[in-house]
Design a binder for this molecule. Structure first.
Ligand SMILES: Cc1cc2nc3c(=O)[nH]c(=O)nc-3n(C[C@H](O)[C@H](O)[C@H](O)COP(=O)(O)OP(=O)(O)OC[C@H]3O[C@@H](n4cnc5c(N)ncnc54)[C@H](O)[C@@H]3O)c2cc1C
Length: 508
């Protein structure tokens, strides 16, 4: 045990010394007023021997890339690392100041209890709670045929809530605040990655006195070229640059996937009083979700055919609100209230272990009275990188996998990736391994790939199951609703799985 501790301490010291030798240029601290809180890189890069060297370069400072930086900042072993974050998104440089009464954004994420727990441990969640957010403890799912519905309640699994909805800008700014308040040696490059060399030659070194030391360090690094023509070196490049990842392309990772012939139209709406539940109704063209956001606001995520979505985006507010209220109520088919007592009888042998929510009746969602944001349209696709890791490069978040938003899992899978990768990097440091070593990075892939593929398969299956409008199949689907509503072990395992626990639902 003592030997492990000694080795860990000596590895951390070695890391610090190495970093010192890497940092041939002192980063310029940007003015600290008005949110300008993170070091920005020194734009003036006079000669090739002045190239900055980092332990980790995170390409893409979206929610997942920033979460990785937070997780690294929160562990004793990894907070010693020097980290470059590359993203031209102005929100990173300005440290966007969010106020609780700002108008709501159209882009939100449903964050699972598992992700909340990761973000709490890293110290980021408290910043989310300072802004608008909404925990919800109940959810109702039903379909347009009127044949079945399911109610889920956090109390079914002895939890306080099923999830929390927060605007993406709130999540992003919380992660930025967390990084700002940490000791992590971070440098933000407000640029884009343009190209990457994974085994750069050391011949460009000019300064003879430090050449051998630096060339050996750079031999163990990837070289990243940025959009202003400058370059940096990093021992590990993390592609957190979204669904159209440049890192993935440059590293030659192939993908498998397809585009759905569906778009999602999203917007924020207002009710006469606060909505406290999450609602999802499956319509013949795709699901519509109404998610509570706090302050009488809800977010709409409505999947439909591209022509319909374009139409929905351009019609008047009045016509759009009418369509939304109809889609969440009597439009397309009847309410499923009549099925409750019948299904309860059929499934009466499960009565002994009934969940609390199995006794709840169908409810009609609250009416929408006002459009509170612009309407945005997103094309939907499923894409998965065949491999997440090779020497010096690793993919996380949407760069590794893009999923259908029908269950609000995309960023949660990404947070899971970031959490896992941060632990694997810490393990590498503790063992004295090069953090860009492929064998180490493959451990991250082995940890995350099965979980991500399983979730992708479930979401794709659901998408397909609800795209079929065919009599006998509709009954099967209604039976599945009833089963998930009344069969308690199945219901509990569905809630736990959707909450981010790794255990699979019983039916798989
Ligand atoms: C309609 C809709 C609703 C959704 N709802 C939910 C939900 O409720 N819950 C949920 O969990 N998920 C949801 N998702 C999915 C979620 O939004 C994504 O999974 C998540 O945003 C992915 O985060 P990311 O950081 O991996 O990628 P992104 O958010 O795409 O961020 C990538 C970042 O990389 C930067 N970048 C790109 N290229 C470069 C480059 N060459 N150099 C430097 N930087 C670069 C970009 O500027 C960007 O900041 C939804 C998605 C959609 C479309």
């Amino acid at each position: 045990m003592n030997r492990v501790i000694k080795k860990t301490i000596s590895n951390v010291c070695a890391l610090k010394i190495q970093r010192k030798s890497f940092c041939t240029e002192i980063v310029k601290a940007a003015g600290s007023t008005d949110g300008q809180f993170i070091n920005e890189h020194e734009k003036k890069q006079t000669s090739s021997n002045n190239i900055q060297q980092y332990d980790v370069a995170i390409v893409g400072g979206g929610m997942v890339g920033m979460a990785l930086a937070c997780f690294l900042a929160s562990m004793p072993l990894t907070k010693q690392l020097s980290v470059a974050i590359i993203d031209s998104n102005p929100a990173l440089g300005s440290g966007l100041c969010i106020k609780k009464d700002d108008p709501p954004d159209p882009r939100v994420s449903t964050v699972t209890p598992a992700s909340i727990s990761f973000l709490q441990d890293a110290g980021a969640w408290k910043y989310v709670e300072q802004n608008r957010h909404a925990y919800f403890d109940k959810m109702q799912v039903w379909d347009y045929t009127g044949l079945g519905y399911a109610r889920y309640d956090a109390r079914d699994v002895n939890k306080d809530f099923l999830g929390c909805v927060a605007e993406n800008k709130v999540l992003h700014s919380a992660l930025l605040s967390c990084i700002k308040d940490s000791d992590l040696k971070k440098t933000i490059y407000p640029l884009r990655l343009t190209s990457m060399t994974l085994n750069p030659s050391s011949t460009s070194m000019v300064d003879v006195s430090v050449a051998s030391k630096e060339s050996s360090a750079q031999g163990q690094s990837a070289k990243l070229q940025l959009s202003d023509g400058s370059s940096i070196y990093a021992k590990l490049v993390v592609g957190a640059d979204g669904g159209k990842s440049r890192v993935r392309e440059l590293a030659g990772f192939r993908t498998t996937g397809w585009n759905y012939s569906q778009n999602a139209i999203i917007c924020t709406v207002e009710h006469a009083s606060e909505n406290r539940y999450a609602w999802q109704r499956f319509l013949p063209t795709g699901p519509i979700a109404l998610l509570p956001m706090g302050d009488k606001f809800s977010n709409i995520v409505w999947t439909m055919e591209p022509t319909e979505s374009n139409n929905c985006k351009s019609i008047t507010e009045e016509a759009f609100l009418k369509d939304v209220n109809s889609a969440l109520d009597y439009g397309y088919g009847p309410h499923p209230t009549s099925s409750l007592s019948r299904n309860r009888d059929i499934l009466s042998w499960f009565k002994m272990d009934q969940t609390l929510s199995a006794n709840e009746f169908f409810e009609i969602p609250p009416k929408v009275v006002r459009l509170a944001s612009e309407r945005m349209v997103f094309p939907l696709s499923l894409r998965h990188a065949n491999s997440y890791a090779s020497k010096r490069v690793v993919l996380i978040g949407d760069a590794a996998h893009t999923v259908h938003p029908l269950a609000g899992q995309g960023v949660n899978l990404g947070f899971g990736d970031a959490y896992s990768l941060s632990r694997i990097i810490a393990e590498g440091i503790a063992l004295g391994t090069d953090i860009g070593e492929v064998n180490l990075l493959k451990k991250y892939e082995a940890d995350r790939k099965p979980a991500n593929i399983t979730m992708m398969a479930i979401l794709d299956g659901l998408q397909k199951a609800y795209s079929i409008d065919f009599g006998p199949f509709n009954f099967l689907r209604a039976a599945a609703f009833s089963g998930s509503n009344y069969i308690s072990p199945l219901k509990r395992s569905i809630i736990s799985y959707a909450s981010g626990e790794q255990k699979l639902p019983l039916f798989l």
